[in-house]
Write a protein that binds this ligand. Sequence first.
Ligand code: UDP
Length: 238
Amino acid sequence: METENLLYEGKAKKLFKTNEPNVLRVEYLDQTTALNGAKKDIVTGKASLNNQITALVFERLTHEGIQNHFIKKKSKNEQLVEAVEIVQLEVVIRNVSAGSFAKRLAIAEGTPLAFPIIEFYYKDDALDDPLINEDHIKILQIATEDEIKTIKMQTYKINEALIKLFKKIGICLIDFKIEFGRRDDGTILLADEITPDTCRLWDEKTGDRLDKDLYRKNLGDIVPVYQEVLERLEKIAD
Ligand code: UDP
């Protein structure tokens, strides 16, 4: 039954059909990967933390008027989301230089950027998710010009809302990656997840990394740190 309903198995979650045609069940996995899957480990407790964190963040974004696919949390590790066609883009927005950006352009990690910048990566594991521009997106027919415009506007809005949210809990939002979905009627809306797996979160006071960089760089256990992010978010939840 479960295998019959399985639609997709990714690096950190599984996606299942439900009895409702427009609703999918997402199961978060106690699994973490880096370097496009080359580094992979079981991390007990991560599924439930990310499921809870992304639920709180998406609820907050809904509250701020940002349309997204999140419906509700179903259990510790599962949530229900609206079924949408995922736009094959990883949309990254950066407020402070870090990661691949810092390396590619030799801009020291931690350098604030004069304004938030958006980058697009083509979601294609075989090609190693290459950095692409708006012309590439149109030529590859990943999205139309209007859709790109909507995605960019939404991304700036989401960034503003998240900077505010994380600031309230003493965290500086360095950068993050989001994905968008397309409804049958063509509406574009925020999908996928927003967790410490997909964001760079630095403690405002100590500069401590509260995100997946700990795992990527073998700097320590991510579970207590993700737990800390969840606890801070829970304290300010409505
Ligand atoms: N990111 C992600 N998935 C990816 C690549 C990046 O969620 O496959 C997030 C990452 O956590 C960071 C932001 O996108 O918050 C920018 O990542 P960057 O391009 O600097 O790549 P990285 O240094 O993580 O390889």
